[in-house]
Design a protein around this ligand. Structure first.
Ligand SMILES: [Ca+2]
Length: 299
C-alpha cells in the first residue's frame, strides 16, 4: 500500500510542477466539485486528497467520487488531473457567470428568496458545469468538457451504470446541481426545474422574471443549454427553490410555469398537492443526508 501511495505522491508532485500551486481564494462551503481543498484552484493537492481515498487512508468521501461509482478510484484521480492541467481559477469562472444582480421573490405565504441573475453566456456556464454526453439522438458522446462541478459526464451518460434501486436519476442530477451550484455561486443561481416526467435545471438572465424568454434550461446530465421549448422535453411546469430539509427530503417552494403564456407564464405557486409539497421528481432518497442542506442558508 505504501508503494502505491508513493506512486500517487510522485504523480501529484509532477503535476504540481506542471500546473503550479497557488489559488488563494478560500471557498467556505464544500461543493461537489474537483476542488478537494476548496481553495478555488485545482491542482496536485486536490489529486492527492482523492488519492488518499483510493488507497484507503481516508473513508469514502462522495466529494471525490467524480464518476459516481460508489468508490473513489484512479478514474476519479485522473479526472481531477485532466482538469488540473487547465489550471482553472474559480474566481475567474464565477466572475464570468455571476452578474451580482438579484431579484427578490416573495411567495403568497410570505416566504422569500433571492433569484440570481446569471450571464447569458453558455460557454462560461459550461466552464462551471461541464458539458458532454449524448443529446439530440447522438449515438456517441462529444468530447467531454470538464467543468468546475462534475455535473456532466457521469457513468449514467455512458451507459455503464446499472439500472437498479439507487440509480442516479434526473431528479438527483437536478437537485444535486442545484445544491452544488448554490454552494459555489450562491442561492437561487441554478434552480431545479421539473415537469412532464423530467427534471433538470434553469437559470434567469434578467428582465421580467414572469417572462419565459428570460429563462434558460440546463440539462445537468449533459451540460446542454436550451431555451424553454413549449411542448417539448424542456417545457417545465415548475422552478423549485429549496425551503427546508426534513431529514430525508428537500422541501421546495415553487414558481409555476405555463408556457402557453410566453411573457407572463412564470408565477408564484403555493403548494403542489399531487406530491405533498415535495418537488416533482426531486425526492432526495439517493443522496446522503450529511451532504444536503447542512451548510445551506437562504439569503
Ligand atoms: Ca484545490
Amino acid at each position: 500500500m505504501k508503494k502505491i501511495l508513493t506512486i500517487f505522491i510522485v504523480l501529484a508532485m509532477g503535476v504540481s510542477l506542471f500546473v503550479g500551486l497557488g489559488m488563494a481564494k478560500a471557498m467556505p462551503l464544500e461543493a461537489l466539485d474537483v476542488d478537494g481543498n476548496n481553495d478555488g484552484g485545482v491542482n496536485a493537492v486536490d489529486m492527492l486528497m482523492a488519492a488518499q481515498g483510493v488507497v484507503g487512508l481516508v473513508p469514502y468521501n462522495r466529494k471525490f467520487d467524480l464518476t459516481f461509482k460508489g468508490t473513489v478510484d484512479m478514474a476519479d484521480v485522473l479526472r481531477i488531473a485532466q482538469y488540473a492541467v487547465t489550471n482553472p481559477d474559480l474566481a475567474t469562472i464565477r466572475g464570468a457567470i455571476v452578474t451580482g444582480e438579484k431579484v427578490r421573490l416573495t411567495w403568497p405565504d410570505g416566504w422569500t428568496a433571492s433569484l440570481q441573475i446569471l450571464s447569458n453566456d453558455t460557454t462560461s456556464l459550461q466552464k462551471f458545469t461541464g458539458s458532454g454526453g449524448m443529446q439530440n439522438g447522438r449515438t456517441s458522446p462529444p468530447p467531454l468538457i470538464i467543468g468546475w462541478l462534475h455535473g456532466a459526464g457521469h457513468p449514467y451518460i455512458y451507459g455503464t451504470f446499472p439500472v437498479a434501486p439507487g440509480f442516479y436519476v434526473c431528479g438527483d442530477y437536478s437537485s444535486d446541481l442545484t445544491l452544488a451550484a448554490y454552494k459555489t455561486l450562491g442561492y437561487g443561481a441554478l434552480v431545479a426545474a421539473a415537469g412532464r416526467g423530467h427534471a433538470y435545471n434553469a437559470w434567469f438572465i434578467g428582465g421580467d422574471w414572469h417572462n419565459l424568454n428570460n429563462w434558460r434550461i440546463l440539462e445537468p446530465e449533459t451540460g446542454a443549454v436550451w431555451p424553454i421549448r413549449p411542448g417539448g422535453l424542456y417545457d417545465p411546469e415548475w422552478f423549485c427553490f429549496p425551503t427546508s430539509f426534513d431529514g430525508q427530503h428537500i422541501i421546495y417552494h415553487f414558481l409555476k410555469v405555463d408556457s402557453s403564456q410566453p411573457t407572463t407564464g412564470v408565477t408564484y405557486a403555493a403548494v403542489v398537492p399531487s406530491d405533498g409539497g415535495l418537488g416533482l421528481g426531486l425526492v432526495e432518497e439517493h443522496l446522503p443526508s450529511n451532504y444536503v442542506f447542512d451548510t445551506m442558508f437562504k439569503p
